[in-house]
Design a protein around this ligand. Structure first.
Ligand code: NAD
Length: 469
């Protein structure tokens, strides 16, 4: 039985340069992460190149069975993994947070293992025959962010393994321990060299995205970094899946029931303390029910506990790092200066050990305020009043990102009609951000391209090959 201490010991470097990783809730040292070099990157890429053919040769059934055993190993280490994730990322153990994330990682892995990508007959006309197959890419680079480090690493690793690839993972420099630990647990089962982690700064990410032996980069992170990766991968014409930033709008129609939707709206916006790509980041509410929705959300915000993640009572935590705290603080201040109405929050305690920003709701805010048009990625939700649905849709579509969106109504047909007019990769009806391992997920506009999850997600980790004749 793996304990927290034994898990941490397996990833603590015995030599080479290291960096202390601090708990964002307390400032305490969580552990020490290796600072890998470009030479280290080259070494693990070479090991991945060597390990990949035998893995591909196993075939789908044997790979699938091995991946189920990897998921068993994650389940067996779930509690120490969740504790490490909570300490490093800041998210509480409970609520839709650390234990939920580890459980999700295992569930996504199992679904990818069980999903079958069938050969597609694209032409069947007498002697004219053509079929579409997917070959392994080879070595896949997986670059991830700090908000859902384990879950997102699995979203990248699982379909890559299923399709016969090796993977080199580059976690965020803010949350390397979570990914190092997850991969260490996976490697209790996987063959050596098949999945490795390089832990370092953005130079390692840039090295990975220009490396000639890497055929594809799965990237999840900011739009600015996504653009840098497009550039640095150009010379080697890498395949890319880019899951980038978002600024999701939710539109509440006048026929919605404020009491019935309040909880869905709240967690749509504040899951992982707002540090979620497809969180609800701008809420447009019809004038008829604006005050009722504001009141219901304020009551929830006042009641839902925020604090140190290891305290079992808390379900909201700190911002993961100082840079993100500063962004949230700046955006809320800009809203306050513009004369917008603070319903709750907006008053962080200056002297405290962690990066805690209180749950904040801002009403009667202009649609062009910085808190509305920039991605806050934290616990501060602007609530914009509208009276004309066409105007609300135009505002929702007015930004250059389009990850998700939502429509809230008691009339499903009407909600679906409006959903079809939103320029986003996903539109949810009467929920926001709910994902499923078989339902494709991806962005529109500058929120990226490519799909993850399900059969479409597997296709993205193979090279299509047509056999004709
Ligand atoms: P980030 O772009 O700053 O960093 C992400 C990763 O890219 C890190 O590992 C970083 O080291 C690496 N990196 C930085 N510069 C690089 C370069 N030039 N080349 C290669 N790699 C480089 O993002 P973040 O702050 O960690 O994450 C927050 C952002 O991620 C938000 O915008 C959020 O919306 C987005 N996000 C999107 C999704 C999605 O599915 N669309 C999911 C989660 C987060």
């Amino acid at each position: 039985m793996q304990t927290y201490d034994s898990l941490l010991a397996t990833i603590t470097p015995s030599s080479g340069p290291t960096r202390d990783i601090l708990d964002p809730a307390t400032g305490a040292v969580v552990g020490s992460a290796p600072v890998h070099s470009v030479e280290d990157l080259n070494r693990v890429v070479a090991a991945a190149v060597a390990a990949q053919p035998a893995w591909a040769a196993l075939g789908h059934a044997a790979r699938s069975e091995t991946m189920q055993r990897v998921a068993d190993a994650i389940d067996a280490a779930a509690e120490p993994l969740a504790e490490l994730l909570s300490r490093e990322q800041g998210k509480p153990l409970n609520g839709p947070n650390a234990r939920f994330e580890v459980g999700g990682a295992s569930a996504w892995l199992r679904t990818a293992a069980a999903t079958v990508l069938e050969t597609e007959v694209v032409l069947d006309d007498g002697p004219a025959q053509a079929s579409l197959h997917y070959r392994p890419i080879g070595v896949v680079g997986a670059i991830g962010p700090w908000n859902w480090p384990m879950m997102i690493a699995i979203w990248q690793i699982a379909p890559a393994l299923r399709m016969g690839n090796a993977v080199v993972v580059k976690p965020s420099e803010y949350t390397p321990l979570s990914v190092l630990a997850l991969v260490a647990v996976m490697n209790q089962v996987l063959p050596e060299g098949l999945v490795t982690v390089v832990s370092g700064d953005r130079e390692i990410g840039a090295g990975l995205s220009s490396h000639p032996a890497i055929g594809k980069v799965m990237f999840t992170g900011s739009t600015a970094t996504g653009k840098a990766i497009i550039r640095s991968s150009a010379d080697t014409v890498k395949r890319l899946t880019l899951e980038l930033g978002g600024n999701d709008a939710g539109i509440v129609l006048p026929d919605a029931d404020p009491a019935a939707i309040a909880e869905g709206l709240f967690w749509g916006a504040f899951i992982n303390t707002g540090q979620t790509c497809a969180a609800l980041k701008r809420l447009y509410v019809h004038d008829d029910i604006y005050d009722e929705v504001c009141e219901a959300l304020t009551a929830l915000a006042a009641a839902i506990p925020m604090g140190v993640g290891l305290d079992e009572n808390n379900v909201l935590g700190p911002l993961q790092n100082k840079a993100q705290y500063d962004i949230v603080h700046r955006l809320v201040e800009s809203a306050k200066e513009s004369g917008a109405r603070v319903l709750i929050g907006g008053n962080p305690v200056a002297e405290q050990p962690g990066y805690f920003y209180p749950t904040t709701l801002i009403a009667d805010i202009d649609h062009d305020n910085a808190l509305v048009v920039e991605e806050q990625f934290g616990p501060a939700l602007p609530i914009i009043r509208y009276s004309d649905i066409d105007e609300a849709i135009a505002l929702a579509n007015s930004l250059d990102v389009g990850l998700g969106g939502s429509v809230w109504s008691s009339d499903l047909d009407k909600a679906r009609e409006i959903a079809a007019r939103l320029e986003t990769g996903t539109v949810w009806i009467n929920s926001h951000g709910t994902i499923h391992p078989m339902v494709p997920f991806g962005g529109a506009k500058q929120s990226g391209y490519g799909l993850e999850f399900g059969v479409e997600g597997l296709k993205a980790l193979g090279v299509p090959q047509v056999i004709s004749g």
